[in-house]
Design a protein around this ligand. Sequence first.
Ligand code: SAM
Length: 292
Amino acid sequence: MEHRTVMTSLSESILYVVATPIGNLRDISLRALDVLATVDMIAAEDTRTTGYLLTHYSITRKMMVLHQHNERVAAAKILALLAAGKSVALVTDAGTPGISDPGAILINMVKEQNYKVVPVPGPSAVLCALSAAGIDASHFLFYGFLSAKAGMRRRELEKLKLLPYTLVFYEAPHRILECVSNLAEVLGSHRQLTIARELTKLFETIYTCALGDALKWLQTDPNQQKGEFVLLVSGAEIQHVTEIDEQTKDVLELLLEELSLKQAVKLATKITGKNKKLLYGMALLLKAEKEL
Ligand code: SAM
């Protein structure tokens, strides 16, 4: 493995995408500090939050605002800076830009103009939570925030229900009880949940229990309902699905392209002679994977 330990020397007309701490201010890379201390402009989601970080490290650079409501306008300003040979760093309030945060629109616009985009990696709540949860993370699906509306949230969860991957959600404190109760209701109370709260901060909590027991645990101690949350749910048991061979899966996939789920399962049962329940489970999984 090649290691580069040289200090970042800044080039012109580059957009740096810089990850910043999710709580503990010391969780910032030396390279991120190099870049922030030397770029011509820092585009921040909230200049007060980033200002606090910069002051902590005695960095004084020019800042501008880029958030989800002004991303296009701010991006146009950044393009003008890049055209003038300047370097810009994009940061958000916490963690990695673009992960449930603005960044994608700007980066696409910068790439369209053939300017270089350089990532400077660092903290992200999703990986921080997964790293310490002890939950299988060989495959995981990062969903981020579920809908704020209860009906829509349930429909989103229905689509995820049969996926055999660890599911990762972000959630805000005012919706945590509602969200956990929906997770148990739709995904099943037996599944394992890890609540990762206030990561890297003073009241950091990483607690694992059965989904069905989580609501009670949260209600017992209102302090556990405060702060920022990552929720990790173990994947659906797939034993029954793996019993289906590739050929049957292909038949089902073909039928699903033309027919409703119910009709496709009915016909697939006739064609293959396989168990209808197994085929139904497989069909739901195929449909959910397609809709994601
Ligand atoms: N870009 C960030 C990242 O890379 O993780 C995420 C930004 S998103 C707007 C904010 C959400 O991330 C919070 O509502 C919470 O779900 C999660 N989050 C951020 N910091 C966290 C922390 N210290 N502990 C737990 N969750 C956190």
